[in-house]
Design a protein around this ligand. Structure first.
Ligand code: G3P
Length: 215
């Protein structure tokens, strides 16, 4: 399963990149609003750090505006993926982007029917928000299960990008289900590494290593 970092913060992205575990980056207007840079400059900077799919979101809601913005974003770098909200005007644009060879990440997905329509429109990625479904007492990972099953049933090429991931359990469940990608905040990426028995075991080994005669 590919791992993307869900962040607009260049310091966080560099830290995750240095860990050697990420394959791409997802941003959204909320994350970029914290970066304090114009969108194009922030995305261009991220493309210099991570050589993988970089999702940049449009803020238009009409197809013509989404197409104009998306074509501008796609010009920033060959790795830019245009992030489009899952609304009817958005899917109209996704179909045209697909014809123009512009990769898309359809975002704000909360149902399997939405995901099926996005795949039929030719989306490269679909982003179901599991954490926000859990926030309202739903089971976000059930949606991932449904979408992966439906896409397999009809051999859709669209990749399932598990988004709004809140903890390592979401990550492991996504992998067990067979999602193609999970996008994680830096905090969760760091949690993936941690296990108390690893720390205890390493401390013991290092302590015992000191008892080994050097000559
Ligand atoms: O990038 C979209 C998604 O990951 C947002 O996550 O934590 O704001 O629900 P969150």
């Amino acid at each position: 399963m590919k791992i993307f970092i869900d962040s607009g913060d260049i310091a966080e992205i560099k830290e995750a990149q240095a860990m050697g575990v990420i394959d791409g980056v997802t941003t959204n207007p909320s994350l970029l609003s914290k970066a304090g840079k114009p969108t194009k400059a922030a995305i261009a900077e991220i493309c210099e750090v991570v050589d993988g799919p970089i999702s940049a979101e449009v803020v238009g809601v009409e197809a013509q505006e989404i197409l104009r913005e998306g074509r501008e974003l796609a010009k920033i770098h060959k790795n830019v993926v245009v992030k489009v909200p899952l609304i009817d005007e958005g899917l109209k644009a996704v179909r045209i982007f697909a014809a123009e060879g512009i990769k898309t990440n359809v975002t704000l997905c909360f149902s399997a029917s939405q995901a099926l329509l996005a795949a039929k429109a030719g989306a490269t990625y679909i982003s179901p928000f599991v954490g926000r479904i859990d926030d309202i007492s739903g089971e976000g990972m059930d949606l991932i299960q449904q979408i992966v099953q439906i896409y397999r049933n009809y051999e859709f090429k669209t990749e399932v990008l598990t988004a709004s991931v809140r903890h390592p359990v979401h990550f492991v469940q996504a992998a067990l289900i067979g999602a193609h990608v999970a996008t994680l905040p830096l905090k969760v990426i760091k949690q993936l590494l941690k296990h108390p028995l690893t720390d205890i075991g390493l401390a013991q080994f290092l302590a015992d290593a000191k008892k080994i005669p050097q000559s």
